[in-house]
Write a protein of this length. Structure first.
Length: 314
């Protein structure tokens, strides 16, 4: 599952062993990160640490401080997989961070300041991690933000979460989010992908997506939505290619397949979620019409990362 997820999110994985390597990427298993000591790797003599750009720490534990990565001057990507990071006491000048099924410090202002160059952040299924969304806007270089199965300190998205950011991808699936203000995404004018699946959003403000004129992928299924007004997605007419929406929402809203094709001329994919296709004759007709217009109708494989892989906190 780790291999597939990293591939989907722009990371690559190498075969695991106590240590594995492929070009500038190294995977380490079951290593204790000791305070004030550089990361020790058995078999490292065959590897030039100075060339390593991506470290994958699997089932590791301990503290990350100024000494931990001192022999990895080119380190750009750090992946934590089922690891227990008790404390981070130093700045880490990486551009990509992935943490899955791990224990790590809460995402607050203190941690944000230790990741000054971060461009991509993916947190999924981490143990008891608190996320303060008000620190998002301080990641000035961040382009891709994906967080799922986290404990957010606030459950209503507002414009203050993303003020001044220039994100291209935003994934907030499965975080118990219950509402969004009408101007929640107004500053994210470069956004191309938005995943809000598996939350508790009861309705959409009519202008909530108005400023997202470059949006190509939008996932909304498995919320508490009853209806959808296509007018609320008018700004996506020229770019939307992939749309994830619950079948019941389309049915309750009397939205026909032809309506979607007309509303989004560049639409290529429609999905109703990760489960099997709806056992509904009208859904079959709906999908048939979409396919006749070169739009696929399929089980989703893009939104809700944690659900795709049946992944939960360990």
């Amino acid at each position: 599952m780790l291999k597939l997820l990293l591939l989907m999110t722009g990371f690559s994985l190498i075969n695991a062993g106590h240590i594995s390597k492929i070009s500038s990427e190294v995977t380490v298993l079951n290593v204790e990160l000791l305070r004030n000591e550089p990361l020790h790797i058995q078999g490292y003599k065959k590897i030039s640490k100075a060339q390593v750009e991506h470290l994958i720490l699997t089932d590791c534990k301990g503290v990350i401080d100024a000494a931990t990565f001192k022999h990895f001057p080119k380190l750009q990507k750090l992946t934590l997989w089922r690891s227990n990071i008790e404390e981070i006491t130093t700045n880490i000048p990486i551009t990509h961070l992935v943490s899955m099924g791990s224990h790590l410090p809460s995402l607050n202002e203190d941690l944000q300041q230790k990741l000054p160059k971060l461009q991509s952040l993916l947190l999924m299924g981490n143990k008891n991690v608190q996320v303060d969304p008000m620190v998002f806007k301080n990641f000035r270089r961040l382009r891709s933000l994906h967080i799922s199965e986290a404990n957010f300190t606030r459950d209503c998205i507002t414009k203050y979460w993303f003020k001044g950011m220039d994100l291209e991808e935003l994934g907030l699936s499965d975080n118990n989010i219950s509402c969004m203000s009408e101007d929640a995404f107004d500053s994210l004018k470069s956004l191309r992908k938005l995943d809000l699946t598996y939350n508790h959003i009861p309705y959409l403000e009519r202008k909530v997506f108005k400023k997202l004129t470059k949006l190509e992928q939008l996932g909304l299924y498995e919320n508490h939505l009853d209806r959808l007004e296509l007018g609320s997605l008018a700004s996506q007419k020229n770019h939307l290619e992939r749309f994830g929406i619950s079948w019941d929402v389309l049915k309750n809203s009397n939205i026909e397949a032809e309506d979607l094709v007309h509303a989004f001329p560049k639409l290529k994919h429609v999905s109703f979620g990760h489960d099997d296709m709806p056992n509904d004759f009208s859904a079959g007709i709906f999908c048939q019409i979409l396919r006749q217009n070169d739009v696929s109708c399929e089980v989703d494989s893009v939104f809700g990362y944690s659900k795709i892989f049946g992944y939960y906190s360990i």
